[in-house]
Design a protein around this ligand. Structure first.
Ligand code: 13P
Length: 264
């Protein structure tokens, strides 16, 4: 395995502090005796970051809590100041955040985030040494119109404009076809593999073969315990970004467990 798979729970706008505590303690107890060859990440809402950090910090060593990393679901492209409602990268650092999800299709579609804004956020995240989980993906209409590759090319090229090779190596890409998010319709493993291979070829064009071979590309969109193995067995899929099925510790654990075993 050349790339360590990364499984991330994106809770979206779910789980306050007490649910965060229940889930995290349950997950820690399940992974206690396991030694998964993968990274496990939880992205709670901002207001639950502190509780998540506290639970992970307090978990006894040997409980594998150190295997779990914390992600935020967004960050501001600005440092500080008059930006009502925004959260800066330095604020996230105070909660031991390692990753930040950027460019999620819900942020693009509902909150109007553009490729330029996402690019600015990626740069700001890297200034604070946070690792972006950079989301891309096409709508059903774009796919059906034959525009899959051009949409992905624009998102990748504009989202990563001006990002150095060194920073690129700290970025995880998440391919999430919009039509598969929260719909129960997952991409077939062939559709997912084809898109991942294309994204890797784009990275190769921009950064060279060596970097492209090292970059992790997660799949997201209706990943469940019963489809994780087939998706993760694809050569260019390096983990998953999971929404609905990551709201329960058992089902997230099952995805991590079967998915990491199937990763190649
Ligand atoms: P679902 O797993 O609920 O389809 O959500 C995927 C997603 O958007 C993860 O970021």
């Amino acid at each position: 395995m050349i790339r360590k798979p990364i499984f991330a729970a994106n809770w979206k706008m779910n789980k306050g502090a007490s649910e965060t505590e229940d889930f995290t303690k349950s997950l820690i107890s399940k992974i206690q005796s396991e030694n998964f060859p993968c990274e496990i990440v939880i992205a709670p809402p901002f207001t639950s970051l502190s509780k998540l950090a506290e639970i992970l910090h307090n978990a006894a060593s040997g409980q594998n809590a150190h295997a779990i990393q914390i992600a935020a679901q967004n960050c501001s492209q600005f440092d500080s100041g008059a930006y009502t409602g925004e959260i800066s990268v330095m604020m996230l650092r105070e909660f031991f955040v390692h990753y930040v999800i950027l460019g999620h299709s819900e942020r693009r579609a509902i909150f109007g985030e553009t490729d330029a804004m996402i690019n600015a956020k990626i740069k700001k995240a890297r200034e604070a040494n946070l690792k972006p989980i950079f989301c891309i993906g096409e709508t059903l209409a774009e796919r059906e119109a034959g525009n899959l590759e051009s949409v992905l090319r624009t998102q990748v090229t504009d989202g990563l404009a001006g990002i150095s090779e060194k920073d690129m190596l700290e970025i995880v890409i998440a391919y999430e076809p919009v039509w598969a998010i929260g719909t129960g319709v997952t991409a077939t493993s062939q559709q997912a593999q084809d898109a991942h291979q294309f994204v890797r070829s784009l990275i190769s064009e921009l950064y060279g073969k060596d970097v492209a071979g090292k970059i992790r590309i997660q799949y997201g969109g209706s990943v469940k315990p019963n489809n994780a193995a087939e998706l993760m067995a694809c050569p260019d899929i390096d983990g998953a970004l999971i929404g609905g099925a990551a709201l329960e510790a058992q089902s997230f654990f099952d995805i991590v467990s079967t998915g990491s075993a199937a990763s190649v």
